[in-house]
Design a protein around this ligand. Sequence first.
Ligand SMILES: [Zn+2]
Length: 321
Amino acid sequence: MAWYSGAERRPLGKQTEPRMTEHNILCFHTMVGSLMGTDNYFDDDGYYGTESHFGVGGSSDGARDGHVIQWQDTDYGADANLDGKHEVISIETSDGADSDQPWSPKQIDSLVELGIWVCLEYGIPPVLIPDTKPGRRGIGYHRQGCDHSSSYRPRGWPYDAWRVPGGRRWSRSLGKTCPGDVRIRQLVDIVIPRIKAGFGQEDDMPDRQEFEFWVKNGVLKALMDDKVRAWVERAVWIDRKVFRDGKHIPAIQELADAKTEALATRGMVAGLEEAHRQDEAGEARDLDAVAAAAERGTRKALTEGTVTVDIDITGPEGQTA
Ligand SMILES: [Zn+2]
C-alpha cells in the first residue's frame, strides 16, 4: 500500500488493476477539465475505466487550487499511460478545460512536493527522460509517448518530444499534445529543477568537517573584534573557585568555557539557518555565507549578553569554594 500523505485519499472502489512491476517514470498530464469533474469521471467506472494515480487542482478550482487527490495506490497500475501502465506513475493536472492555462503557483508547489515524494519513494532520478524506450527512468510528459500526425514537424526535445521508434506507446490517439506547450515548459524549466533541488539536498551537503570548519571560522572572526573581546572579558571577571565534575577550577575558567560553548552554539545555529535558507531558496550553498552567519550569530550572543550560566559552587563533600 502506498498512499501519499499530502493527498486526499479517494480510491475508486474495489481494486481491479494489476500491480505495477516497476516504478520507473513519473508522468505529467493535463485534465482538459476541472479537478472534481475528473474525479466524477474516474469514479463512474471505478478501476475498470481510465484513471491516473494523482490529480492536482489549479486556479480554476477555487479553494481546491493546489489540492492533491490520490485515486490509485501506487503499488497498482493506472491506465493513463497505456503500454506504460506497469511502470508509470501518473499525475493529472487541472486546467479548467483550457490546456493553454499555466499551472498556478499553488499547483506548482503541490506538484513539486508530490514529485519529491514519488522520486524518493521509488528512487526515480529527478531528470527529464529523453524518450519512452524501455529501461528509461525519470520524469516525463504524456506527449513523449504519443504519435503525431505525419504532417506535423516536432520541435524536438525537451519541449516538444513525441514517441520515437521503439518507444512505449502512452496513448492510442494520434496527435495528443498533453499536457500542452505551456505546461511542458513549466515542467522542464520550473518543476523538475525544483524537484531536483529538494531531492538532491543530502547529496550536496558538504561533509561535516568542512562545514564545522567554516562555522568555527565565523566564530573566531567574531572573537577577534575588539568590542566583542571586551564583552568576553567583562563576562569572565569573577575571580573565584568553582567545581566542575568534582574538580576545583577558577570561576573565570568555568565562565569563559560556558560562554565559549554558548557562543559557539549560537554561531552554529546561525550557520545552519543560513545553510537552510540557501536550500529553501534553491541556491548552491555558499560556505562563506555560512561563516558570515556564524559570525553574526556569535556577535549577537555576546553583545546582547543574554546567556545564563549556572555555576556549581558546592563541592562533592558539600564544601564551598
Ligand atoms: Zn495525458
